[in-house]
Design a binder for this molecule. Structure first.
Ligand code: 5GP
Ligand code: ZN
Length: 117
């Protein structure tokens, strides 16, 4: 079924609490945690609990959760004291996606004209 947990997916395991992460925010449908290899002073990831391979697939199947992902990204950035930040959705290995569970990167804390991911 669409959105079901996938056995070999790292972010499904983080969403289920089976692999630890530094969690900042949790809602019924999303989780926000720190990236393990930060590319900026603040580098967060917001994921849906449901498994979709990328953000567009999530939005096509469950637009409300896709909207919540953005709202959570904004709320987490505000909690981190960021007024300026960058949201990135890598889609496809050729674009740098390494984990095929939808997520948005929240990057901030230094000049945003520099490339970050
Ligand atoms: P992608 O390259 O797929 O857009 O982003 C995946 C992100 O997940 C990378 O920035 C990578 O540092 C992060 N990441 C990979 N493994 C882990 C992990 O075990 N824990 C956390 N918190 N982040 C991870
Ligand atoms: Zn997954």
């Amino acid at each position: 079924m669409a959105g079901e947990p996938q056995p070999d997916c790292l972010f499904c395991k983080i969403a289920a609490g089976e692999i630890p992460a530094t969690v900042l925010r949790k809602t019924e449908r999303t989780l926000t945690f720190r990236d393990i290899n930060p590319q900026a002073p603040t580098h967060l990831l917001v994921i849906p609990h449901a498994h979709y391979p990328n953000a567009a697939a999530l939005a096509a199947a469950e637009p409300e959760i896709a909207g919540e992902l953005l709202a959570e990204a904004g709320a987490a950035a505000a909690e981190e004291g960021l007024s300026d930040y960058r949201l990135i959705f890598n889609t496809g290995a050729g674009a740098g996606q390494t984990i095929f569970h939808a997520h948005v990167h929240v990057l901030g804390g230094r000049a945003l004209h520099e490339r970050m991911v």
